[in-house]
Design a protein around this ligand. Structure first.
Ligand SMILES: Nc1nc2c(c(=O)[nH]1)N[C@H]1C(S)=C(S)[C@@H](COP(=O)(O)OP(=O)(O)OC[C@H]3O[C@@H](n4cnc5c(=O)[nH]c(N)nc54)[C@H](O)[C@@H]3O)O[C@H]1N2
Ligand SMILES: Nc1nc2c(c(=O)[nH]1)N[C@H]1C(S)=C(S)[C@@H](COP(=O)(O)OP(=O)(O)OC[C@H]3O[C@@H](n4cnc5c(=O)[nH]c(N)nc54)[C@H](O)[C@@H]3O)O[C@H]1N2
Ligand SMILES: [Mo]
Length: 680
């Protein structure tokens, strides 16, 4: 491999390359990247053959499962699974086949509230609409920074260009965010909301719309229920009532509601800031309600469902799988399962609390929960006490250092790429397959091969292991992808997608796809699911009147040259000044006697970090912002570059008890903290 360049012939990206993609070269050549399977003895790692490593890895799980039952083996899978074809096809079914209740993923630190809102409103966890960027005249962005993140549950490379193009044709963009972000900088308007109060602001906007009689159900006219219950709730939350709490003046809320209702082509989109907060599910629900009752759901220029080349949702629905919520609760803290998984916020509890069903062994796949889960510091300690830990991961990092066996997959450039997850949320329908750039060497194994080998050893009786493993290996990801493409709405095949190496444009989003897919029992959209209304009454009506002036709260932020926790070992992404800083408003800085560059000690109910301060008026008063994914100063990791730019982990202060109250998703944003000079 010589260089990485953009592909101007790609109809979707038009040659835009995210800086992280250039760093794939660093990843390829990184001498810290683990290349051979290893076994840990005490604090020493020893390279072993694949056969030995897989046997050792599997034996430990077989032993724990036999002695303590299936629930004693936990699995955590992380964000990169979603972008790794072989892990999508192999790891998820394998994890289910283990039939443990202790299956955890990054989803419960991410989009769970949005999926729960979709499940209860539309009857399917994946019925999440995407903004029609190319045709909308008004885009509201709640708690997302797509200029940096590239858009999430809204795949849209080069957002800066797209937003500019929108504005050039006269469309308006409004960003609702406690921080004046890179996205807010290219928008028409920035609304500096108080963290954790989006549900109140959305309810107040609905209050205006309902009060003025602007409700327009459009194509959902005879396909909704509980409109009255919704109206009754939002009637109690006027813009005037919530203004003190949200920090958004009532006149502004009324104006926002009015333009949104009056603009024929408008879309309201929300992401991490919207859902990783205490009322994340309520906010996600009210955001979709706002789209629906103003006639912007399932319409051109509004929010629509994609028509992906591989329609996993349709396939799973046909198999009867739509998602589940609260069929059972976690053992220690009684948190609800979602889609069969308890929230990652309770993984440490399940490891530390003895009794039947206690977690004694853990398999991690492409995840770094020590840095990404709320109160990762506690989890760090808990992992150290486990009997058997195996990690499928290319790095010896904050999480995988606890492994007894480390199984490193082949690097990204050696595998075929088709992003099943991202393509399903793309602002234009598209399909793109990329062949591996580099051949697999004899010593390398793909993620999915490792999973197949491990699965065969753990799940099949000894005499049938070779056959089980063989079946797993015969179901190559490319074969399953080909099948998915053939079954998909565009009736493609892998050969056809491959024939367009720059990617296939499958056209704009189409209206009218939502209605037929509503999967609730009565076929109607539930505008006010009972449990949401109950929770809203219990919380929002109280929150609305709570005086929080004076309290300092923490929010997160993403950075263009970081990818959660794991690309900080790429030298080209680490140039420049330190990025793990705490943003503080000038007035707060003055009050706290903090000057730029000073070290501040930030404390929460969960823990403390000491971090350099950046004083800026881009952050709202009373709010501080710290990026996550840093904190590479722990012992026994093998990340030389990251270690030299260690930073601190935001999740050493986030709390495993500060959760979205309905789903149990981590509420990273809006946590109360105190900040003082480190030398005070
Ligand atoms: N405070 C705070 N915390 C957050 C967030 C926040 O906004 N604020 N965001 C949350 C969100 S949205 C997410 S998605 C999570 C992410 O949480 P995680 O998914 O747990 O964390 P990552 O940092 O993405 O870790 C990815 C791991 O996968 C490994 N890896 C990378 N590529 C591959 C691969 O192809 N195969 C294998 N086997 N391994 C691979 C890396 O070495 C690394 O160990 O973090 C969450 N945590
Ligand atoms: N470069 C880069 N790109 C990424 C990632 C990365 O780490 N680096 N991570 C990927 C992943 S895993 C994900 S899930 C996506 C996430 O994609 P986004 O959601 O677009 O990413 P964030 O930058 O976390 O944006 C969240 C925004 O919410 C704001 N916010 C915080 N609290 C609140 C609140 O209470 N209310 C409101 N309205 N806003 C609030 C924050 O200030 C921030 O600007 O990005 C993906 N893309
Ligand atoms: Mo994420």
């Amino acid at each position: 491999m010589r260089s990485i360049r953009g592909d101007p012939g790609d109809p979707f990206s038009r040659g835009y390359v995210c800086p992280k993609a250039f760093a794939l070269a660093d990843l390829q050549h990184d001498s810290d990247r683990v290349r051979a399977p290893m076994i840990r003895e005490g604090s020493r790692w020893r390279e072993v053959s694949w056969a030995d490593a897989l046997d050792r890895a599997a034996d430990g799980f077989v032993r724990v499962r036999r002695r303590h039952g299936r629930d004693a083996m936990a699995v955590y899978y992380g964000n990169p699974v979603a972008h790794n074809l072989g892990l999508m096809t192999h790891a998820l079914p394998f994890a289910r086949a283990l039939r443990t209740r202790n299956l955890y993923s990054a989803s419960s630190a991410d989009q769970l509230p949005q999926m729960l809102a979709a499940l209860r409103m539309f009857g399917h966890l994946a019925l999440i609409p995407v903004p029609d960027l190319d045709r909308t005249d008004l885009l509201f962005i709640f708690g997302a920074n797509p200029v940096v993140s590239n858009g999430s549950l809204m795949t849209a490379p080069d957002m800066r260009r797209r937003l500019r193009a929108m504005r050039d044709r006269g469309a308006r963009v409004v960003v609702v965010d406690p921080r004046r972000t890179e996205t807010a900088d290219v928008a028409d308007e920035h609304v500096a909301i108080r963290p954790g109060t989006d549900a109140l602001l959305l309810a107040a906007m609905l209050h205006v719309i309902v009060g003025e009689g602007w409700t327009r159900l459009g194509r959902f006219e005879s396909q909704v229920r509980n409109l009255e219950a919704l109206e009754a709730l939002v009637r109690e939350l006027s813009p005037e009532r919530v203004a003190g709490r949200t920090g958004v003046p009532a006149t502004m809320t009324r104006r926002l509601a009015t333009v949104f209702a009056e603009t024929p082509r408008a879309a309201c989109y929300g992401r991490i800031g919207l859902c990783t907060q205490k009322d994340g599910t309520l906010a996600s629900w009210l955001l979709q309600v706002l789209n629906l009752v103003t006639g912007h759901l399932d319409e051109v220029g509004g929010m629509m469902l994609t028509t992906p080349a591989v329609d996993a949702v349709a396939i799973l629905s046909r198999l009867g799988w739509r998602g589940s919520f609260d069929r059972w609760r976690s053992r220690v803290r009684q948190l609800p399962e979602f889609g069969g998984d308890p929230p990652v916020a309770t993984l440490a509890d399940e490891i530390e609390t003895s009794g039947a069903g206690q977690v004694r062994a853990l398999l991690t796949m492409a995840g770094n929960p020590v840095l990404s889960a709320p109160n990762g510091r506690r989890l760090d300690g808990a992992l150290g006490a486990l009997e058997h830990v195996v990690a499928i991961d290319p790095y010896l990092n904050e999480t995988t250092r606890h492994a007894h066996v480390l199984l490193p997959p082949a690097p990204p450039l050696s595998r075929a790429h088709y992003d099943l997850a991202l393509a399903a949320f793309s602002v234009r329908n598209m399909a793109k397959y990329a062949d591996p750039v580099l051949p697999l060497t004899a010593a390398e194994r793909h993620d999915w091969e490792i999973v197949a080998e491990l699965g065969g050893r753990i799940l099949a009786p000894p005499g049938l292991r070779a056959i089980a493993t063989g079946v797993g290996r015969a179901l190559r990801p490319e074969r399953l992808l080909d099948l998915g493409l053939r079954l998909g709405p565009h009736r493609l095949s892998l050969a056809r997608v491959r024939a367009s190496p720059h990617g296939m444009d499958l056209g704009p989003l189409e209206p009218g796809r939502f209605g037929p897919r509503i999967a609730t029992a009565d076929g109607l959209v539930d505008l006010a699911p009972d449990e949401f209304v109950r929770e809203a009454r219990a919380r929002l009506l109280v929150e609305a009147d709570r005086d929080t002036t004076g309290a300092l709260v923490l929010i997160g932020r993403r950075q263009i040259r970081s990818n959660n926790s794991w690309m900080h070992n790429a030298p080209r992404l680490m140039r420049g000044r330190p990025r793990c800083t705490l943003l503080v408003h000038p007035e707060d800085a003055e009050r706290l006697h903090l000057a730029p560059g000073d070290l501040a000690r930030m404390e929460s109910e969960a823990g403390t970090v000491t971090v350099p301060v950046e004083v800026t008026d881009e952050i709202a008063r009373g709010v501080v912002s710290l990026p996550h994914g840093w904190g590479h100063d722990r012992s026994r990791i093998r990340l030389a570059v990251a270690g030299a730019h260690a930073g601190v982990s935001a999740n050493d202060v986030t709390s495993e008890f500060h959760l979205d109250t309905l789903s149990g998703n981590a509420a990273f944003n809006g946590l109360a903290v105190t900040v003082q000079r480190a030398d005070a």
